[in-house]
Each structure stands twice: as C-alpha cells, then as structure tokens.
Design a protein around this ligand. Structure first.
Ligand code: SF4
Ligand code: SF4
Length: 67
C-alpha cells in the first residue's frame, strides 16, 4: 500500500543538500538516517520501509522552498 505514493527525493545532487539534518529531525517515523559519505559529510538516506510519504522532510528542506 505504501507504494502508491512515491518516496520523496531529498536531493538529486549533493549540491542540493547542505546536510542541515532538518529532514532527519522532522521525520516522525525515524525513516531518515544521516549517512557519511567518503568525504565525511553526512547526507540523509530514507528507509523506504519506514517512510509513510508524508513529505514533511521535503517541506522542511531549505533547498526545496515551494515556489
Ligand atoms: S516523507 Fe515523511 S516519513 Fe518519509 S522520510 Fe519524509 S518525513 Fe519521514
Ligand atoms: S533538509 Fe534538505 S538540506 Fe537539510 S539535510 Fe535534509 S535534504 Fe539536506
């Protein structure tokens, strides 16, 4: 049932994410983990099993201001 709505895309390129952790902090389902890349910067990764597609993480992201 969860597959009806698409999992949110937090960023396509790393330039679109500053690692602020706002998405991680807002997710009430604990579906987001901050994962370190090879350079030591943390980027959010969504657990598709836990995500309920509420899109709060997209709303809170400073890089995805709704225009
Ligand atoms: S859509 Fe909702 S449940 Fe899924 S990762 Fe974002 S805040 Fe968490
Ligand atoms: S809220 Fe946006 S900029 Fe901040 S860590 Fe999440 S995806 Fe990156």
């Amino acid at each position: 049932m969860n597959n009806i709505k698409k999992i949110p895309i937090l960023y396509n390129r790393k330039e679109e994410c500053c690692g602020c952790t706002a998405c991680y902090a807002i997710c009430s389902k604990d579906a987001i983990s901050m994962v370190e890349d090879e350079e030591g910067f943390e980027y959010p990764v969504i657990d598709e099993e836990k995500c309920v597609r509420c899109y709060q993480c997209i709303k809170v992201c400073p890089f995805k201001t709704i225009r």
